[in-house]
Ligand binder design. Structure first.
Ligand SMILES: [Zn+2]
Ligand SMILES: [Zn+2]
Length: 366
């Protein structure tokens, strides 16, 4: 059995994404068909559309989703039909060197569906981040489904599937922010504002939100920033000085770069206190190069860390973050700043960088 449903694909580089018929095959033994309710519009989808990830076109876009398990393969034990799940792109294998040495978040053999979804002419689709969920249904590995409390609406729950988790995790997991610490976050898009929320959750007492665009500051203030500043036209050194001014002249204990360009990284490097931590969560362009005085790297001590997907473990992190949301302690709903449907995904991708957008969510009509 297979299913023909609507899905949003990128057929070739830098061309508009199209809503077309796609075919979901019968699930393999450990695969699951999920009825998608809502999917957030992420920068990674834009990068796929525009050829910035690889050239394995056509792509089935979308990866930040919640939905309901519709059909399960014969060996699936992790979920049941009807389960309400958030999809993830870190279904860890438990067998590779990273898993065996306990750094499970670095698993290099994460699971995806065993079969490809296709166009109606049989052309195989590459699913974005192994998910492909700007669609009425998608096919994933059972480990890519994390059950969460049904009471969280799909447009909110789905955001944990990528960007919001990346930001919260950069603060809580990678940055390991402690109560009473000072934190600066550079770049206040969805990921950066989520890092602000994560810093608040962790008990940071000074949380500085920085962005070149003044429109981005309000959401950071609402979600926990104690100070905000516009960094337009400031050099990395001037950004660092701004952070030092707001932290008693020292610099922040943790600086999170949610942009990922050499200038913001340099600002983050100098904006942290002696022996502080820098966390890079913004994804750099492949051509970006960093130049820093090696003596400063040595002399300032501390640590320079990268955060992939917020160093999250979906089974550990998604359920408790949803619980915090339902308890009113983490306003995940504030991240939903726009709504559209599958037909509106291309326009939402093109307007990702505009105004005070945190996340536009594409909802599947039922
Ligand atoms: Zn592994
Ligand atoms: Zn994403």
């Amino acid at each position: 059995m297979s299913w023909t449903v609507k899905g949003v694909i990128a057929r070739s580089e830098k061309q508009p994404a199209e809503l077309v018929d796609i075919v979901i095959p019968d699930p393999g033994p450990n695969d699951v068909v999920v009825d998608i309710d809502a999917t957030g519009v992420c920068h990674t989808d834009l990068a796929y559309r525009d050829g910035g990830i690889n050239d394995e076109f056509p792509f089935l876009l979308g990866h930040e989703s919640a939905g309901r398990v519709a059909v399960i393969g014969e060996d699936v034990t992790h979920v049941e039909v009807g389960d309400y799940v958030v999809l993830n792109w870190r279904a860890v294998c438990g067998q590779c060197r990273a898993c065996k040495t306990g750094v499970i978040q670095y698993c290099f053999d994460t699971h995806n569906a065993s079969k490809s979804m296709t166009l109606s002419d049989g052309t195989e689709l590459t699913a974005a981040l192994g998910i492909g969920s700007f669609a009425e249904k998608t096919l994933v590995h059972e480990g890519q489904c994390t059950k969460v409390d049904e009471k969280a609406p799909a447009e909110v729950a789905g955001l944990l599937g990528c960007g919001v988790m990346a930001g919260i995790g950069a603060a809580v997991n990678t940055g390991a922010i402690q109560r009473g610490e000072s934190v600066a976050v550079i770049g206040l898009g969805g990921v950066g504002v989520a890092a602000v929320a994560g810093a608040k959750l962790a008990g940071a007492t000074t949380i500085i939100g920085l962005d070149i665009d003044e429109q981005k500051l309000a959401a950071a203030s609402e979600l926990g920033a104690t100070h905000t500043a516009v960094t337009k036209d400031l050099s990395p050194q001037q950004v660092a000085e701004k952070v030092q001014e707001l932290t008693g002249g020292f610099g922040a204990d943790v600086v999170i770069d949610a942009v990922g360009i050499p200038q913001t990284y340099e600002a983050a490097f100098y904006a942290r206190d002696l022996a502080g931590r820098v966390v890079l969560v913004g994804v750099p362009h492949p051509d970006a190069k960093l130049t820093l005085p090696l003596l400063d790297v040595f002399g300032r001590g501390g640590s320079l860390k990268s955060s992939w997907y917020g160093d999250c473990l979906p089974e550990r992190d998604f359920p408790y973050l949803i619980d915090l949301f339902l308890q009113g302690r983490l306003p995940l709903d504030r991240f939903v700043t726009g709504r559209t449907d599958l037909a509106g995904v291309d326009a939402a991708l093109s307007s990702l960088h505009e105004g005070d957008t945190l996340r536009t969510v594409a909802e599947v009509a039922k």
